[in-house]
Design a binder for this molecule. Structure first.
Ligand SMILES: [Zn+2]
Length: 261
């Protein structure tokens, strides 16, 4: 295995996007310029089936592979590697398979994580990145720690939990300047999401990195599930939400409906 250090790479190439022929109706709308914001897709709950949609709407997307595998051999064996290698025994010999876990993000509120596997390393990486783009989610950020009242979206707005296998991950809002106090692989995801300060607690068998990442991803997804109507400053994706205004608008609407009835 030649991968020593995986650094964040820029994925999008403008020339490729120009020659892109969209196949889905969503893709055609994006290509025609009818949809200019990825939030329109994510809020509707539409399924993205072409990675070019994400490339067009979120330029400057970066990707990285996470360390889920182990190197083999006697000397220096057991070190963390990007590719997880497995083998199937057949009568013709061993049939190896490579799997990897990719994270994509724009460091401003959007990330996607996915697993890809193949009989070679390069297609496994491509599959993982492609699927990660299709799995893109919006992250809600805010200033959620009681000691910090800066109002900037540098951490998460409230505590979030996620679990996968034996692993339980809890992400806790931290004051400004704390940094990312979490497992190294979780740190990578949080940095891609644009979160700068966080405390965390992890229980379970952390050597199973796939489950660790999955649990952290679920915790981030759970942040979006909570409903709120207070005046906390919250940023969803790259855009700020005026919660007070939204709340009053919704109130007016319900009153209108009541009057009509
Ligand atoms: Zn703050």
């Amino acid at each position: 295995m030649s991968e020593k250090k995986s650094t964040a790479k820029r994925e999008t190439e403008p020339a490729e996007l120009e020659s892109w022929q969209p196949k889905t109706s969503l893709g055609k709308k994006v290509k025609a310029g009818k949809i200019k914001n990825i939030d329109e897709i994510l809020d509707n709950g539409d399924r993205i089936l072409e990675p070019e949609i994400v490339d067009t709407l979120l330029p400057g997307l970066e990707s990285e592979l996470l360390l889920i595998g182990q190197s083999k051999g006697k000397f220096g064996g057991g070190q963390r590697r990007v590719f997880k290698q497995t083998q199937k025994k057949t009568c013709e010999g061993n049939r190896p398979q490579f799997a990897t876990l990719a994270v994509v993000g724009n460091k401003n509120g959007y990330i996607g994580i996915s697993y890809g596997k193949s009989r070679e390393t390069v297609p496994a990486r491509e599959k993982a990145i492609r699927k990660a783009k299709l799995n893109i989610i919006k992250i809600r950020r805010g200033c959620g720690h009681w000691q910090c009242s800066c109002g900037e979206p540098h951490t998460i707005p409230y505590t979030a939990k996620g679990k996968a296998g034996s692993i339980r991950v809890r992400l806790i809002p931290a004051p400004r300047g704390t940094g990312l106090c979490a497992h190294k692989e979780i740190q990578k995801i949080l940095a891609f999401a644009g979160i700068k300060d966080v405390w965390s607690k992890t229980l379970g068998k952390k050597n199973t990195t796939t489950n660790l990442i999955r649990a952290a991803e679920l915790a981030l997804r759970n942040i979006m599930k909570i409903k709120y109507n207070n005046a906390m400053k919250i940023v969803e994706g790259a855009f700020e939400r005026d919660i007070k205004k939204e709340f009053e608008e919704a109130k007016e609407e319900t009153e209108k409906v009541k009057e009509e009835a």
